[in-house]
Ligand binder design. Sequence first.
Ligand SMILES: Cc1cc2nc3c(=O)[nH]c(=O)nc-3n(C[C@H](O)[C@H](O)[C@H](O)COP(=O)(O)OP(=O)(O)OC[C@H]3O[C@@H](n4cnc5c(N)ncnc54)[C@H](O)[C@@H]3O)c2cc1C
Length: 126
Amino acid sequence: MPRIKTDFLVLGSGITGLFAALKLAPYGSVVIVTKKSDYESNTNYAQGGIASVFAEGDKLEDHVRDTLEAGAWLCDPAAVQVLVEEGPPLVKELLNYGVPFNLEAPGKFDLSRNILIRQRTRSITS
Ligand SMILES: Cc1cc2nc3c(=O)[nH]c(=O)nc-3n(C[C@H](O)[C@H](O)[C@H](O)COP(=O)(O)OP(=O)(O)OC[C@H]3O[C@@H](n4cnc5c(N)ncnc54)[C@H](O)[C@@H]3O)c2cc1C
């Protein structure tokens, strides 16, 4: 069996694995191991956009409350807080990496409350 030596081993080629690989790349060699094919992941099937606070008048605390409510109050509030607070800059980072969000103008997300299909991937507010 061939042996591969690498500084970082990333398991999975969904958005989590690819994002980690991009972040690790400046610090050493990265190998991504995935199963079946590099495109087979939940990430590749995602279709409705990402909920994040970008709309004028939208607030982080509203997004936290909406998320807890949509999760039937079963979500870990501390985890939801991190997700909501760290979301906007990370979504912008995805845009800078070339994720094809719908844009109204360069750098300005086409926001919607609706979940639409893949061709209209967009940032949505909750
Ligand atoms: C139909 C659908 C629609 C969705 N729509 C949305 C949406 O609109 N908005 C939204 O925010 N989220 C949506 N989601 C959820 C979203 O896709 C996931 O939360 C997100 O993609 C998870 O990313 P991930 O990288 O953690 O996992 P994944 O994308 O699932 O990646 C996991 C990776 O690990 C690999 N792997 C698994 N087991 C092994 C193993 N044993 N060895 C090696 N590799 C392995 C897989 O092959 C894959 O590459 C949707 C999900 C589905 C299925």
